[in-house]
Design a protein around this ligand. Structure first.
Ligand SMILES: [Fe+2]
Ligand SMILES: [Fe+2]
Length: 374
């Protein structure tokens, strides 16, 4: 039986419901000529009952993209392109070049011996290494060597450049940034380093030596910046942590075994505007559906399976990328035979949480599983 509240919503009580009359239309035109408008003509659109994302659930299959990403190696140099990247465009967010919500993502490719110019920007950035060996990133003089499934930060305002060593192979990684958010806030700056390349000022991988000791912190070292002092999170220890977690916990019925990458200094998110996590789905696991505020970009780091997003099934395998827009129902299924599957995500949860607008809800019907729509 419908509740009073459902009935209230149904009948649009308290919502704008004004029919056009010649007199009103003339009035609206008059208001428009004054740089104004009547709120009741837009109220239902700008204040929906619940989030109504223009982003659509979407999946990019790596096997469809890889050859075209590699082709850009022959077409442009990093100097010409600035950054040689094929970006992922959500059909509902082409106007702001977002993969989902206010998050941008792209696939960057570099060959052995190549290095892009050092630069910095207001957008916070991360990369997740997909294939190849010899990739490196230098962040404010901290050089890091990178391997597959490593996750590295280039926080907002830090000078950074990426490259591949002479003895490396062609490397492809996923970039994740909050460029659309910075543009929405009219706060985006971009600068190229005056010397094009910055010096390496610290021992290679020093941020790991200092801050990757899980429950241990270097004594007497202070850190005052708003992002994590640990700039690289390697795949090996991440996967081990998930296995240890799996040995003592069932995890969440909605997320399986999900662990957030954190700033070891604060326990908070890695950057003020972008969070990231790695989740493990056990062999055969089918999570229950839930939805929450926040936009999510997933990459399958291990295994294969599918996710149901707002009733639509998206099959994924290693390196495929898919997005879950804010407030969309989602559940995940691991189809890897006898093996766990791992999903990397980056998201805008730190924004949702710091602004107090995070909200979550379980799918209450059908044993917690969405019907798949035709
Ligand atoms: Fe950058
Ligand atoms: Fe979720």
């Amino acid at each position: 039986m419908a509740s009073t509240y459902d009935q209230y919503r149904e009948e649009m009580i308290g919502r704008a419901n004004v029919a056009d009359t010649p007199e009103l239309v003339a009035y609206y035109q008059r208001l428009q000529s004054l740089g104004t408008g009547a709120l009741w003509t837009v109220a239902n659109k700008i204040e929906p009952w619940e989030p109504a994302s223009t982003s659509v659930p979407y999946l990019w299959r790596y096997r469809d993209l890889r050859e075209d990403v590699l082709r850009s190696l022959e077409l442009v140099t990093p100097e010409q392109a600035g950054r040689r990247v094929v970006y992922l465009e959500n059909p509902g967010r082409a106007d702001v070049v977002a993969a989902v919500g206010w998050l941008y993502s792209g696939l960057q490719v570099m060959g052995p011996g190549e290095c892009a110019s050092s630069h910095r920007h207001s957008a916070s950035a991360l990369r997740f290494i997909m294939e190849g060996s010899g990739a490196f990133t230098n962040v404010d003089g901290h050089k890091m060597t990178l391997g597959a499934n490593d996750f590295v930060l280039t926080p907002n305002g830090t000078w950074h450049e990426h490259g591949v060593s002479e003895d490396g192979t062609v490397c492809i990684w996923q970039d994740g940034l909050d460029i659309p958010l910075m543009n929405a806030l009219d706060a985006n700056f971009y600068e190229v380093h005056p010397e094009l390349q910055q010096a390496i000022s610290f021992p290679v991988n020093d941020s790991l030596g200092m801050w990757a000791g899980s429950a241990l912190r270097p004594a007497g070292v202070t850190w005052t910046k708003p992002y994590s002092p640990l700039l690289k999170y390697e795949w090996g220890p991440t996967y081990e942590a998930l296995l240890r977690y799996a040995s003592v916990s069932e995890g969440s019925p909605y997320d399986g075994l999900l662990m957030e990458y954190v700033n070891p200094h604060t326990g908070g998110p890695v950057m003020p505007t972008i969070g990231a996590s790695m989740q493990m789905l056990r062999a055969g696991q089918h999570t229950k559906a839930h939805r929450h505020t926040g936009s999510f970009v997933y990459q399958c780091a291990k295994g294969r399976g599918y996710s149901i997003i707002n009733g639509q099934r998206f099959d994924w395998q290693e390196r495929d990328i898919f997005v879950v827009p804010s407030w969309c129902w989602h559940e995940h299924v691991n189809l890897s035979e006898g093996e766990d599957a791992c999903l990397f995500t980056f998201n805008d949860l730190p924004v949702m949480r710091s602004l107090g607008i995070y909200r979550e809800e379980a799918f209450g019907e059908n044993g917690g599983h969405q019907p798949i729509l035709a």
